[in-house]
Design a protein around this ligand. Structure first.
Ligand SMILES: [Zn+2]
Length: 254
């Protein structure tokens, strides 16, 4: 299901363009963002907040992949209403986000896993992929499929909902396997604790990382980890490619 939105235009004489404040930020390129195509893998807590940030900021195209349906326990964290219950997340999220878009955006929900979209040739061409799922199969699938094609931003949160990371894999640089060599084959966590707080925090970082990939906003990290409690220090690191990375080797790149 595809939703097309229209840019919000000034209605009062002398009113600023809707993106006036973005234009005051050094390096911000609204036109580039308006041309950007993003594949969003996962329409849960992370995907909801990331999608909201992107459509508010004026992303050109957003394609959402999720084969899950909305359940009652999703409502305190995810961008769904009671009327969305038991309906496909991808389609309902696309619909809900379309109401808050500020630009001419094309938002499509695919109620299938990204793996199936690739198998069926449904995957649209995109500039950036964002992976906010809870299982390493989908993470490694994306790390592999887009390895030498486009940047992939991974994000995940801790079971105590007090910490999270963002890792940006770019072609030719450190991959998801370089960063997390022990993650392969790890089963998905079943029903861990969760609140909206950490999702909002991670979505802001992901959305910023998207900017850095398509315009001249600075980013001196490819791995960033935050701890809401402050009991551990936040991290921003530039992780180098691991010459021993099996994942890179299998792709002939190490
Ligand atoms: Zn690697």
């Amino acid at each position: 299901m595809t939703y097309r939105t229209n840019k919000i235009m000034p209605t009062v004489e002398g009113e600023h363009d809707v993106y006036h404040r973005h234009g005051l930020i050094k390096g911000f390129d609204q036109v580039r963002l308006g041309d950007l195509g993003v594949d969003l893998v996962g329409g849960g807590g992370l995907g909801s907040e990331i999608g909201l940030s992107l459509v508010k900021k004026g992303v050109g195209r957003l394609d959402i992949f999720d084969d899950d349906v909305v359940t009652l326990t999703n409502l305190p964290r995810q961008f769904y209403y009671r009327r969305d219950l038991f309906k496909p997340k991808a389609i309902r999220l696309a619909r809900n986000l379309s109401k808050l878009a500020t630009n001419n955006s094309i938002i499509t929900g695919y109620p299938i896993q990204i793996q199936e979209a690739v198998e069926k040739g449904l995957l649209p061409v995109c500039d950036v992929v964002i992976v906010g799922v809870d299982n390493s199969d989908a993470r490694f699938f994306c790390a592999s499929h887009f390895y030498d094609k486009v940047p992939v931003i991974f994000t995940a949160v801790s079971p105590e909902a007090d910490a999270g990371y963002v890792f940006a894999q770019e072609p030719g640089k450190a991959c998801f396997g370089c960063m997390f060599p022990d993650e392969h084959g790890r089963p998905a966590r079943k029903c861990s604790g969760s609140t909206i707080d950490i999702h909002k925090a991670m979505a802001g970082i992901v959305s910023y990382a998207v900017d850095t990939l398509c315009m001249k906003r600075p980013r001196n990290w490819n791995y960033k980890r935050i701890f809401l409690s402050g009991l551990m220090g936040d991290l921003s690191e530039k992780v180098e490619r691991d010459p021993e990375c099996q994942f890179c080797r299998e792709r002939g790149a190490a």
